[in-house]
Structure formats: structure tokens, C-alpha cells
Design a binder for this molecule. Structure first.
Ligand SMILES: Cc1cc2nc3c(=O)[nH]c(=O)nc-3n(C[C@H](O)[C@H](O)[C@H](O)COP(=O)(O)OP(=O)(O)OC[C@H]3O[C@@H](n4cnc5c(N)ncnc54)[C@H](O)[C@@H]3O)c2cc1C
Length: 326
């Protein structure tokens, strides 16, 4: 029977929402292909058991089995140098047909190297189609749309390693109790000398439930207006690339960026952002609310709710209304 391994990336001791989405994708493919969906959980020490523990969360999110690989080195950032060996151990024990990663900066370091190690196929963020005949087709358009690479699961004599864009797939469901397979890593990465580590203050943007984005229409105030409104929602603030260029170096860290900092919140409030193709490529939100003073702005084409208004005034009014409701 085919094995699907879904790499689970942790933020602290909780799985990233994008990894749970990838697990849901694995669940749907596994059900269709009659495969086993493994959640691959590399962590520094054995997770604790209890209500809502990580094993239960992974089981409920569609894992048939949880593969636990523990080693102190796995506390480090998820890169090939620290996590590559543990993932290779799991692939050796459970030869996969598919390995799925949520597309995070760490996964973009790990996935192509793993594909090379497995002599497999690597596809970044392919379209996935499950046919009624049980077939799985992977499609990736490259070179500005001039080439389309298509693979069918029947062609997959070699394992395929895929990264999946966050915010595009529903979560999976499963039983509360998965079998746990414990593996000791036979190798733990090559090791590297860490010269320093900086805290990434904008890291929570990637898994915030509410994100407010400040656009260039707010000029130098983009991050400030977005932060004030985000705070009222208990969310995080980001800016568009054009807004970051109009503001300080600090806001550059908070650019909602299609390559480095994608977001997949439940709610995205775009304040004075036009809705450019590049910006929206970084946003995989369930619900988009747009505030823009130009009724023709493209952002209104994808927004579920739109407000044609001055974004500063609208943000202040929304904050006041939220404060009134406590
Ligand atoms: C290769 C490449 C990659 C890129 N990648 C990214 C990326 O990853 N992320 C990203 O964000 N951008 C990216 N960009 C830039 C992108 O193309 C756009 O230029 C940018 O997203 C536009 O930002 P904006 O919507 O804030 O600004 P604008 O397009 O200038 O829009 C400003 C909007 O604010 C409105 N407005 C003005 N004043 C007010 C007001 N007072 N109240 C309400 N509305 C108001 C205007 O009507 C307008 O719609 C990339 C560009 C290139 C070339």
C-alpha cells in the first residue's frame, strides 16, 4: 500500500495551520488512492499527552498514523541541516509515494533536497486534481505560463515531494486516535555552526487568524493604521510591498510577500491596498474585507465585503465600534 508522509512543522509545540491543511490534502489523496496518511512529526522531545495534545490534533486532522522522530537537534529551525536526517530516516522506514510539506521558508529548504536524496520528483505548489477514476494529477505551470508540467500518480515510479501553498485547502478530518510510530533518527543532519539568531517579530503573521494589511494609500502610516486595527481584533498587521517602500525599515519585515511571508488567516482586512496580482498571490484568506476609496479598485473583485471609504476614517470607526462592544 502506498505511503503519504506529511511533514508537520511546529510553532512552539503546536502544528502550523498550514501543516494541518497539508495533512488534510494527504487525507483526501490517501482515501482516494487507498494509501496510508502519515503525519511526520520531528520534535526535540516526546510531546506530552493530555486533552487536545498534538497527537490527538493530528489524528483529528486526518492522520492515519503519526510518525514521531525525536532528537534534541530538532529544536532548531526546520532546515535541511537540522531536520534533513530525521526526515530521511522516516522515508527510509516508510518509503513514500508522496511527501507533502506546507510551503514555508523551512520547507522550501527541505523539500528539494529531500527529493534529490530520494532520487524523486520535486514540485513546488502544484495544482492537484483527483479524478473520478482514482487518478491523481499534479500540474505546475512554469516560465510565465509557457510550460505546464503534468504528472499522474500512475507515473510516480519515484516518490514525489511537494510543497503546498497555505490557505488553499480545507482541513481534513479523522479519528481521535492514531497509531504512533516512534523512530530514532539514524542521522541528524550535517550540523552547522550557528553564527547568530534574530527573533523574527513578524513570524506570527504567517499563522494569525486575523491579519490587517496596510496599503500604499496610507503612505507612511500604513503599518500604524494596520497595527491599531489588528490589535482591536487580536490579530497581526502587515503591509504591501508598495506601502513598505513608503514607510520605515521596520515595516519591511512585515511585508506580505509571496515568496517569504505568505498569510492564510481566517479574515484579511485590506486597508488602502489596490489588490495587485502580486499582493494577492501572498494572501490565502478565507474572507477578505476591502476598504478603499476607489470603488473601481481590483481588490473589490475578490473581497467578500467592501467598504468604499477613507481607510484611516473607516479603521478608526471600526476600532471605536469594537471598543464600544468590548
Ligand atoms: C516581481 C514583483 C513581485 C512583487 N511581489 C509583491 C508581494 O509579494 N507582495 C506585495 O504586496 N506586493 C508585491 N509586488 C508589488 C505589487 O505589484 C504592487 O505594486 C503592490 O502590491 C501594490 O501595493 P498597494 O496596493 O499598497 O499600492 P497601490 O497599488 O498603489 O494601491 C493603493 C490603493 O490605495 C487606495 N487609496 C489611496 N488612498 C486611500 C485612502 N485614504 N483610503 C482608502 N484607500 C486609499 C487607492 O485607491 C489604491 O487602490 C511585487 C511587484 C513585483 C514587480
Amino acid at each position: 500500500m502506498a505511503n503519504i508522509l506529511v511533514y508537520i512543522e511546529l510553532a512552539g509545540d503546536r502544528p502550523l495551520p498550514a501543516s494541518l491543511e497539508a495533512l488534510g490534502v494527504g487525507r483526501r489523496i490517501a482515501t482516494r488512492l487507498g494509501a496510508t496518511n502519515y503525519a511526520l512529526l520531528p520534535c526535540a522531545s516526546r510531546p506530552s499527552y493530555g486533552d487536545d495534545d498534538i497527537i490527538t490534533v493530528l489524528s483529528r486532522s486526518g492522520a492515519d498514523k503519526v510518525v514521531l522522530v525525536t532528537h534534541p537537534k530538532l529544536a532548531e529551525a526546520p532546515l535541511h541541516a537540522s531536520h534533513g536526517g530525521a526526515i530521511a530516516t522516516a522515508c527510509g522506514a516508510l518509503p513514500p509515494t508522496l511527501v507533502l510539506f506546507a510551503s514555508t521558508p523551512g520547507a522550501r529548504d527541505l523539500a528539494p533536497r529531500l527529493a534529490a536524496q530520494l532520487a524523486g520528483v520535486y514540485m513546488a505548489e502544484p495544482g492537484l486534481a483527483l479524478g473520478p477514476d482514482g487518478s491523481l494529477t499534479l500540474t505546475r505551470t512554469t516560465h510565465g505560463g509557457h510550460w505546464t508540467r503534468t504528472l499522474r500518480a500512475d507515473d510516480l515510479e519515484r516518490p514525489a515531494v511537494l510543497t503546498l501553498a497555505p490557505g488553499r485547502a480545507p482541513l481534513g478530518t479523522g479519528d481521535e486516535e492514531s497509531e504512533v510510530v516512534v523512530l530514532s533518527p539514524t542521522a541528524v543532519g550535517e550540523g552547522f555552526d550557528e553564527l547568530g539568531r534574530e527573533v523574527d517579530a513578524a513570524a506570527p503573521l504567517g499563522h494569525a487568524r486575523v491579519v490587517v494589511g496596510g496599503g500604499a494609500g496610507l503612505g507612511a502610516e500604513a503599518l500604524g493604521v494596520a497595527s491599531d486595527l489588528a490589535r482591536a481584533f487580536g490579530g497581526e498587521a502587515g503591509v504591501t510591498l508598495a506601502a513598505a517602500r513608503k514607510t520605515s525599515a521596520a515595516s519591511a519585515e512585515r511585508v506580505i510577500d509571496a515568496t517569504e511571508r505568505r498569510i492564510a488567516p481566517r479574515l484579511y482586512i485590506a486597508c488602502a491596498a489596490s489588490g495587485s496580482f502580486s499582493h494577492l498571490g501572498a494572501v490565502g484568506a478565507e474572507t477578505v474585507v476591502a476598504i478603499n476609496n476607489d470603488a473601481q479598485a481590483p481588490i473589490f473583485e475578490i473581497a467578500r465585503y467592501g467598504l468604499v471609504a477613507d481607510a484611516r476614517e473607516a479603521a478608526a470607526a471600526i476600532r471605536a465600534a469594537l471598543e464600544k462592544r468590548d
